[in-house]
Design a protein around this ligand. Structure first.
Ligand SMILES: [Zn+2]
Length: 310
C-alpha cells in the first residue's frame, strides 16, 4: 500500500527535486566526516551557483501520474508468471519485450537511446553545455520469480516521466541528464547480481568470469546475450567499462523493500547506509561421511574450521 502512495505521489517529485537541486546539493558543506560533496566524489570543482534553479523560479511542473501508473502496469504484463506477480529473467523473450517498451518510451520522451553490448540501456537528454559530465539516474527492470511490478521499475519509468515533466515545463538542463537501465540487477539467471553495473564500473574479473558462466540449463552468458540481440564477441566486454568522470552525479530511486517507511507513515527515505552482501565458495578437503552416522573423530577434516564456516 505504501508502495502505491510512494509511486503515485513521491516518485516524480523525488526526481524533480533531484534534477532541480543538483547544483545546490553539489556545493553544500557539512561537518559530518562521512559526508562527501560532489567535488569529493567527482574529483573536480563543482560551482554552478550562477545557474542554480529551483521550482520557485515559477516554472510549473505537471507530472502525469495516470500515464506513469499505466506504464508501470503495462510493463508488468511482460512476465513469465501471471499478474499480479512479475517474473522477468535476463535475456528471455519477456525481458527483450520489456526492454523494447522502455526504449520506446525513452524515444517518445525525445531521449537519444543507446545500448552497450550487455544491454545496459542509456536514454540521454543533452544539456545546453553537453561537454559537461552528465547527471544520471536509473535502475533495473529484471524481476526475480514472483516479484512485484514496482521493483526497479519505479527508478526507470519514474525518471522518464520526470524528464517529460521537466520538458513540458520548458526547463533546459545545463548538464545532460541520462537515464540508465541496468542489465541484470538480479542474480536469477547467472547467479551474478548487478551484472551490468559491475561491468560499467570496470570489473575485469567479472568480464573474465562471464566467458565461462552458464545458467541452470547450461546456456552460456554469451549465447543468452546473443539470443537477446546483444554481445556477439566474447572479448568485447571491456567496451562496457565506463571512462573516469563519465557522470558527475547519480541517484537511484527504488521502492523500500522493508516495512519501516510504511509503519512510520513516511513517503520517502534517503539511504545513508546500504547492505553489501558477499558470498564465497570454499572447498574442504578430507573424507566425508554420513551426516548422522560418521562422528567427527572419524572425519578427516578440521572440525573447528568446519564449524566456523557453518
Ligand atoms: Zn530492485
Amino acid at each position: 500500500m505504501s508502495w502505491k502512495f510512494f509511486v503515485s505521489h513521491s516518485l516524480p517529485l523525488f526526481f524533480l527535486f533531484f534534477f532541480y537541486s543538483f547544483p545546490l546539493i553539489s556545493t553544500q558543506h557539512n561537518d559530518d566526516p562521512t559526508f562527501k560533496t560532489m567535488h569529493d566524489f567527482s574529483g573536480y570543482p563543482v560551482d554552478e551557483s550562477s545557474h542554480t534553479f529551483t521550482p520557485s523560479n515559477s516554472i510549473s511542473l505537471s507530472v502525469d501520474i495516470q500515464a506513469l501508473q499505466k506504464q508501470i502496469d503495462e510493463l508488468s504484463t511482460f512476465s513469465d508468471t501471471p499478474a499480479p506477480s512479475v517474473t522477468r529473467i535476463l535475456y528471455t523473450e519477456n525481458d527483450v519485450l520489456a526492454r523494447r517498451y522502455v526504449k520506446n518510451l525513452m524515444g517518445l520522451a525525445g531521449l537519444s537511446v543507446t545500448e552497450d553490448v550487455v544491454g545496459n540501456i542509456f536514454g540521454r537528454w543533452d544539456g545546453y553545455e553537453p561537454e559537461l559530465t552528465a547527471v544520471a539516474t536509473g535502475s533495473h527492470i529484471d524481476a526475480i520469480p514472483y516479484s512485484g511490478k514496482y521493483d526497479g521499475v519505479v527508478g526507470v519509468l519514474g525518471a522518464i516521466e520526470a524528464i517529460n515533466a521537466l520538458k513540458r515545463s520548458g526547463f533546459k538542463p545545463k548538464r545532460s541528464l541520462e537515464i540508465i537501465l541496468f542489465t541484470s540487477e538480479e542474480p536469477t539467471r547467472f547467479g551474478i547480481g548487478c551484472l551490468g553495473s559491475r561491468l560499467l564500473a570496470g570489473s575485469e574479473a567479472l568480464a573474465e568470469a562471464l566467458k565461462t558462466t552458464v545458467d541452470g540449463q547450461n546456456i552460456s552468458f554469451f549465447e543468452a546475450a546473443r539470443s537477446a540481440g546483444y554481445s556477439r564477441d566474447e572479448d568485447d566486454l571491456s567496451s562496457v567499462f565506463l571512462k573516469n568522470d563519465s557522470y558527475s552525479a547519480f541517484v537511484e530511486l527504488h521502492i523500500e523493500q522493508a516495512p519501516i517507511l510504511e509503519e512510520e507513515g513516511i513517503s520517502i527515505g534517503v539511504v545513508t547506509n546500504i547492505a553489501a552482501p558477499a558470498s564465497i565458495k570454499v572447498d574442504f578437503e578430507g573424507n566425508g561421511g554420513h551426516a548422522g552416522g560418521v562422528l567427527m573423530p572419524d572425519r578427516l577434516i578440521l572440525p573447528i574450521v568446519t564449524i566456523f564456516f557453518l
